[in-house]
Design a protein around this ligand. Structure first.
Ligand code: PLP
Length: 424
């Protein structure tokens, strides 16, 4: 039998434009989200690399080392080719509940209070949908991870930023939070260990936030995605551990950082029963379930934890020290020693008024990508953030390139100045 050929489509481009003109504009909820502050750097990295330039990317990176379970060949088991429980695999939720009991002395029922999510990102968004009404306000730190404010907006809420006290090593300042709390405030988002400053907030600082949450009857969303990255013998404190807080806290967790499984896209949320039930309902409709295969990988990583955490801390403490030394060798840069995370936030305000322009300059001239502090909020202006997830050689190499580029710039300025003087 001959199959009848379909005639080629002959719609003119003018007709397409007319049709496009008649289309309704996209909805404002997504259209109003500004492009991510890190996008411009990422685009320029791709352009430079496309032109054959070897760029060292210290703006983002996949955590190394990866846990042992990543290097083992694994088969996709037939039973994993199925839709699982929308709240997450029972064995994984049970291991998560054990982990919360062991590390934070927190008691969460795996059947009703823990929900496995597609990364902490989806946990955040689902938590916001469960907690706020359109028009409600959510208090967010400044600087903070770039995703909080847009997620609040997509969920119909209004982000209200409060500054961390940059004159005092980015301390949590309860009075700054109080200043943004109003009648529509429903929640405060805290993140410790903190991206981008590397702070590990102390029990005293968290107690002041808890006091405000209780006083104003607010929810707390506690992003603990860097929990394992705490240095110099510090202990990660979850705000949910403080008296009266577990019933008003939603803990967000990620396998991307703590367990080096960034590509698996698995995270979870631990919350009071009624919130976990709402988040599960969201998962039922939007995801069906998190990939059972990836949940099995997350469970393997969790099982490796006791040995993994010790190795991870030692490795990252070393990378942190090398990075801090490297940053401090650059003339005009200064930085605090990060208490946790895998970031170093360098103060470059003596060299440039715009961290975005300065980051572009470093990318174009030194071929090193960093993230401008302004991407994390107005209070991050004057800083650039280094991501230490990648190999040590790249951190050393990247900082050395920056040092040489800025030294050459200073010398050129100096020579130029000397020449002008001799002309006068
Ligand atoms: N939370 C914080 C504070 C982050 O900085 C990031 C990523 O940079 C995430 C969560 C992302 O977590 P996930 O990969 O699990 O979505």
């Amino acid at each position: 039998m001959r199959i009848k050929e379909t005639p080629p489509l002959t719609v003119s481009s003018a007709a397409i434009e007319v049709a496009a003109d008649n289309l309704l504009p996209p909805g404002s909820r997504l259209a109003s989200i500004p492009p991510s502050g890190t996008m411009a750097v990422g685009r320029r990295v791709r352009e430079l690399r496309g032109g054959g330039i070897d760029v060292i990317h210290l703006g983002a990176g996949s955590p190394e080392p990866a846990p042992g379970c990543v290097s083992k060949p694994v088969l996709f088991a037939p039973e994993q080719n199925a839709i699982g429980d929308p709240a997450g695999d029972a064995a994984l939720r049970s291991a998560i509940s054990d982990k919360l009991a062991r590390d934070q002395a927190l008691s969460y029922d795996p059947a009703t209070q823990i929900v496995v999510t597609v990364g902490a990102k989806q946990a955040l968004y689902a938590a916001l949908l469960a907690l706020i009404e359109p028009g409600d306000e959510v208090a967010i730190m400044d600087p903070a991870w770039v995703t909080y404010a847009p997620s609040v907006q997509i969920a119909g809420g209004i982000p209200k930023t409060f500054p961390l006290d940059r004159k005092n090593s980015f301390q949590l300042d309860a009075e700054a939070i109080r200043a943004v709390i109003g009648p529509r405030t429903r929640a405060i988002i805290v993140n410790t260990p903190h991206n981008p400053t590397g702070r590990v907030f102390t029990e005293t600082e968290l107690t002041s936030v808890a006091g405000l949450a209780v006083e104003h009857n607010l929810w707390v969303i506690s992003d603990e995605s860097f929990e394992k990255f705490v240095f110099d013998g510090r202990r990660h404190v979850s705000i949910a551990e403080l008296p009266g807080m577990s019933e008003r806290t939603v803990i967000l967790q990620s396998f991307s950082k703590n367990y080096g499984l960034i590509g698996a896209r698995v995270g979870y949320l631990a919350a009071p029963k009624m919130i976990a039930a709402q988040v599960t309902r969201f998962g039922e409709q939007v995801l069906s379930c998190v990939s059972p295969f990836m949940q099995a990988l997350a469970l393997s990583a969790l099982t490796e934890e006791p040995e993994w955490t010790v190795r991870l801390r030692a490795h990252y403490e070393r990378k942190r020290q090398v990075a801090v030394d490297g940053v401090r060798r650059v003339r005009g840069f200064s930085c605090a020693v990060p208490e946790g995370t895998f970031y170093v936030l360098a103060d470059v305000s003596s060299l440039s008024a715009s961290s975005e322009e300065f980051s572009m300059y470093l990318l174009d001239q030194a071929h090193v990508a960093v993230t401008p502090g302004s991407a994390f909020g107005a209070n991050g202006e004057g800083y650039i953030r280094f991501n230490l997830a990648g190999p040590l050689e790249l951190i050393v190499g990247g900082l050395e390139r920056i040092r040489k580029t800025l030294d050459a710039r200073l010398e050129a300025k100096h020579d130029h100045g000397a020449q002008r003087q001799s002309h006068h």
